[in-house]
Design a protein around this ligand. Structure first.
Ligand SMILES: C[S@@+](CC[C@H](N)C(=O)[O-])C[C@H]1O[C@@H](n2cnc3c(N)ncnc32)[C@H](O)[C@@H]1O
Length: 236
């Protein structure tokens, strides 16, 4: 793969709603939350900013985006400028969030924890949330334990450090200090529910990225009954 990662593929293809269920699922999850124009919201690992743009459009809330990948940052910035949305966008890591403690009413994390140091990022989410603030996380989850070889195949492809079961996520959230931890009912496998994907291609991207797209498809097919996701909500 010439050093290119799955995240490089998402960034250079400019995939909006790059999380299981896509923007459709995001809308239905947000519908269940009490969001007003007074809410301060962090879209942690915002990608190209599709969810953040929706959040502003729908709720006129105070939205902040944090994203590490420079190509994602550029694409999100250009989306917000084109649509003239007053969304603050900061380049930085969810493992070291450049905001003071007790800043946000809601942290939204759509398919980001899977790619980072999970305990570290969760501690940061907890820190920047106001007391009573909510975390919503939609994250890759395996339905059952895999053997070492299968586990390594997935870990290497996504360039991640671990694969978690639902119970592992619940435990991690609890250990971080979160309360009212709930797992939302929707759980699709990773091949369902994301039919209206959005693309914003970078010019002159590497042809190897098609091979990552292909491998991704094969991975989803091969592990369709194992590789899934869960939506967790909890509060500080
Ligand atoms: C699967 S994509 C999801 C993007 C977006 N949340 C969405 O649903 O479209 C994962 C995102 O996390 C970002 N990311 C990875 N590591 C990060 C980190 N340490 N801090 C902030 N963002 C990170 C990637 O650059 C990528 O945009």
């Amino acid at each position: 793969m010439g050093g290119l990662t799955y995240i490089d593929f998402l960034a250079k293809f400019g995939i909006g709603g790059a999380h299981p269920g896509g923007i459709g699922l995001t809308k239905s999850i947000l519908d269940d939350e009490k969001i007003t124009n007074e809410c301060t919201i962090l879209d942690a690992g915002c990608g190209t900013g599709q969810t953040a743009a929706y959040l502003y459009d729908q709720y006129k809330a105070e939205i902040t985006c944090l994203e590490l990948n420079p190509i994602m940052v550029e694409k999100a910035k250009s989306r917000f400028q084109t649509l003239q949305l007053p969304i603050q966008l900061i380049q930085g890591s969810v493992e070291e969030i450049p905001f003071q403690s007790n800043t946000f009413d809601l942290v939204l994390c759509e398919s980001v924890l899977a790619f980072v140091n999970k305990p570290k990022a969760l501690k940061e989410y907890y820190r920047v949330l106001k007391p009573g603030g909510r975390l919503i996380a939609n994250e890759m989850t395996i339905n059952a334990k895999l053997n070492k070889q299968e586990e390594q195949e997935i870990i290497q492809f996504y360039n991640i450090d671990s694969l978690l079961l639902e119970t592992d996520w619940m435990r991690l959230l609890e250990e971080t200090g979160f309360k009212n931890i709930e797992m939302k009912a929707h759980h699709l496998n990773l091949m369902e529910g994301n039919t209206a994907q959005e693309f914003n291609f970078s010019q002159g991207f590497e042809p190897e990225l098609f091979s990552i797209l292909n491998q991704h498809g094969n991975m989803l097919l091969k592990y369709h009954d194992i590789l899934s996701h869960r939506i967790f909500t909890c509060s500080k």
